[in-house]
Design a protein around this ligand. Structure first.
Ligand code: AOF
Ligand code: ZN
Length: 371
């Protein structure tokens, strides 16, 4: 009985330190791609003696920072790592060997590394050196944090998130909706997490928020789909600032006009990518080739060139979406729902005294009509 009690206490402690690893790892949110986020905590006699997280691809791994901080105190300590320690020479040397050299006694691992170059071999190296290894503590938390990395390793395709804002009468909103318009909102957090955000040309007139306002955010590659280059030339300059990619095709633009417009856009720092035909498969493969392993398809409502559908229903039908994020706003689109052009937030009927609750898996929104 006594030993079970101890075991349960140990399990709870292990889980708590693993959650700390995940929190540490998240400090690098958005910055580690194509690498995973990883956190590491070294614990000796109930005290944390070293902490580390992987800050960026090319820089040392989480374990290295934690071992550096602990120094000689690492001997006989327990190492908690949210991902199996690597066992290969990549941009950096193997962490499994570093842990063995530091003579840690026990290693607690969140999840096995899906990278075929690691895939269990890190755990084996540790065990062969006589180190006790526990695998799968807070595994779901660890896997959720690195859903993009896992997907990339298992499929060699980008992880695709489709998001849109919806009115209460079931129309797609051209603007971001109330909540998302506030800086520091979930939309801003989503932008800092993804490698690329894809919108259509209409979105850059309508609502040019394509940058995360989180502190120290890594900004996504911005991909704007357009059928015609001229529609991009008139876009507000602020949207074009910084690195941007416009994936477009010419269609009816003459070749000569096209070249001139392409040069004008390039002069504004815009990377113009021509696609033979505008297909989601092509768009995603260009993203992937540019190192975007997570892509946010940001659907922003009715669109003059009919591309919105392409990012919305079409994307779902093409079976490319891995995750759906839907924002329901307490507004009614009414007649604007079928009207042409953009639906600006001002045209909407906004409900008042809004409350939101969750009932099972449903979200219930209540609100009052303005007097
Ligand atoms: C760890 N700890 O903090 C991370 C790991 O090119 P490299 O050397 O950075 O290796 C990248 C691979 O190492 C990556 O694909 C993943 O398998 C693993 N990442 N492993 O032990 C870490 N970031
Ligand atoms: Zn490593």
């Amino acid at each position: 009985l006594a030993s079970t009690g101890y075991g349960r206490e140990q399990e709870q402690q292990d889980a708590a330190y693993m959650r700390e690893c995940v929190e540490l790892a998240r400090q690098a949110i958005g910055h580690t791609s194509p690498n995973p986020m990883v956190g590491c905590v070294l614990v000796k006699e109930g005290k944390v003696v070293g902490r580390g997280f992987h800050p960026k691809a090319g820089q040392p791994h989480a374990e290295v920072f934690a071992l550096r901080e602990a120094g000689e105190l690492a001997e006989n300590a327990t190492a908690y790592v949210s991902l199996e320690p690597c066992n290969h020479f990549g941009r950096t040397p193997p962490c499994s060997a570093a842990l063995v050299r530091s003579r840690v006694k026990r290693v607690v691992v969140g999840m096995i590394d899906p990278n075929p170059k690691v895939a269990g071999s890190g755990v084996k190296t540790l065990q062969d050196a006589g180190i006790e290894v526990v695998v799968g503590v807070e595994e779901e938390l660890c896997r959720n944090m690195n859903e993009v990395f896992i997907h990339h390793m298992c499929t060699n395709k980008p992880f695709v998130i489709l998001r849109y804002s919806m009115s209460m009468d079931g129309g797609i909103l051209g603007s971001l909706g109330f909540n998302a318009a506030v800086p520091g909102s979930s939309y801003s957090r989503l932008l800092q997490e993804v490698d690329a955000v894809v919108v259509t040309d209409a979105a850059v007139y309508n609502d040019p928020v394509l940058l995360s306002s989180e502190p120290n955010a890594k900004q996504p590659l911005r991909v704007i789909l357009a059928r015609f280059l001229f529609s991009l030339l008139a876009a507000p300059t602020m949207v074009l600032a910084d690195q941007s990619a416009w994936v477009t095709n010419y269609q009816s633009t003459s070749m000569q006009d096209g070249k001139a417009m392409e040069h004008r856009l390039q002069a504004r720092g815009v990377d113009v990518v021509m696609l033979e035909d505008l297909s989601l498969e092509q768009v995603l493969s260009v993203c992937y080739l540019q190192g975007a392993y997570s892509v946010l398809l940001d659907s922003r409502g009715p669109d003059l060139s009919g591309l919105e559908n392409f990012l919305g229903q079409h994307a779902v039908r093409e079976d490319v979406v891995n995750k759906l994020v839907v924002n329901i706003s307490p507004v009614l689109l009414g007649e604007n729902r079928t009207g042409p052009g953009f639906c600006l937030a001002d045209d909407l009927l906004k409900l008042e005294r809004v409350s939101t609750r969750v009932s099972g898996r449903d979200v219930i929104i209540e609100g009052y009509f303005p007097n």
